[in-house]
Ligand binder design. Sequence first.
Ligand SMILES: [Fe+2]
Length: 205
Amino acid sequence: MNHQTNEPPMSQRAHRLAHVAQTRAALAAIESGTLTEHERADLLRMREEEKVARDVYLQLYDRWGIRPFGNISGSEQAHMDMILLLLERYGLPDPAQGLAIGRFNDPALQSLHDDLLARGRQSQAEAVRVGLLVEELDIFDLRVAASRTGKPEILAVYADLERGSRNHLRAFHRWMRQLGTSYTPTHLSAGDFDTIARAAHESCH
Ligand SMILES: [Fe+2]
């Protein structure tokens, strides 16, 4: 597979790299403390859940050549990097280490990936629904994970990732409207989903 064609503009890449570097520096400056069982499980899951997003989007970009999948997959890579920084900070093994695109350690995430990819390959309308599903699931799971930690450095990363996911959801929602198709949320409430979909783009800083 050749993913060179979906490289984002240099400024966007530079911005993402700077953001990851900032988070690394911030984490180095704090006491790492001990994780609860929930915090640990949530970090391990979020690392692979962001990989589901990245890998599904990379493969759907190869299938359809539609720009949002290319751009957003780069952002999902940055999300994976941010969670990895937290795993490293707390001395946890990386569940995604050495795994190729489309391969997962967690069997539930493997089957989620396989199911979403098969659906997204059927048509462009299905592909955009897969994007919306990935983003609303990500937002839902990030909110649950955030509710189970009081650690500011973890909450800061989750908040960053959730903001990114809200922007991704809006990008897919715009594309959905262009295709003249529709989507019914299954993880967020219809009200929450609509509020996010209708809001303006949120910038990083
Ligand atoms: Fe996303």
